[in-house]
Design a protein around this ligand. Structure first.
Ligand code: FMN
Length: 175
């Protein structure tokens, strides 16, 4: 698929078919996240890939009862190691989150290119997930996503976005 078609038709998918994802496809998608850039190439991101149905179900209450998550054959939990590294001023505090987000964005786009749906899950209980996955002290959850083949036609052009004239400010802040 053309990159712009991938970007334009990636949508949040909340209905999944139970069909398994071929292993080589899953690996390609995970690898797209692995090679994402990170500040100073520190690579703080780790992906917990949950295939086990009972485990997927246990994640639902930790994601504020978003039941659709467990209907996908795979759920990915993106974790960041909070590597203390001064990237200069304000961004230092948020560096790990930025890195993990880039990796997850790679993943969602690679998934779309493979005909797979994702849905960024930001509504979750970090403390519960940390305990459930027995994360080390310096690790926190940044996002989760189900991953699977969409039920019905989910890949549509985006809706409800602000127009480009509002989004882009040429040569300085306007407003
Ligand atoms: C940081 C972030 C957190 C989100 N959290 C959730 C969530 O917890 N549950 C959910 O169903 N969708 C969640 N979404 C999906 C957004 O609602 C969705 O991306 C947005 O409405 C645009 O729709 P689209 O992804 O189909 O283009 C989240 C998206 C982002 C970027």
């Amino acid at each position: 698929m053309d990159l712009y078609d991938v970007i334009r038709t990636r949508r949040s998918v909340r209905k999944y078919r139970p069909d398994a994802i071929p292993h080589e496809v899953l690996i390609r998608v995970l690898d797209a996240a692995r090679i994402a850039p990170s500040g100073s190439n520190r690579q703080p991101t780790r992906l917990i890939v949950v295939k086990d149905a009972a485990t997927r179900q246990k994640l639902v209450p930790m994601c504020h009862d978003q039941a659709f998550i467990a209907t996908a054959p795979v759920v990915i939990c993106a974790v960041g190691r909070d590597i203390k590294f001064n990237r200069g001023d304000w961004m230092g505090d948020y560096a790990m989150i930025v890195d993990v987000v880039i990796a997850v964005d790679h993943l969602t786009l690679a998934a779309r290119a493979e005909g797979l749906g994702t849905c960024w899950i930001g509504s979750f209980n970090n403390a519960d997930l940390r305990e459930f996955f027995k994360l080390p002290k310096d690790a926190n959850v940044v996002a989760l996503t189900p991953l699977g083949y969409p039920e019905g036609d989910s890949f549509m052009e985006p809706e409800g976005r602000i127009p480009l004239e509002e989004f882009v400010m040429w040569d300085g802040w306007r407003g």
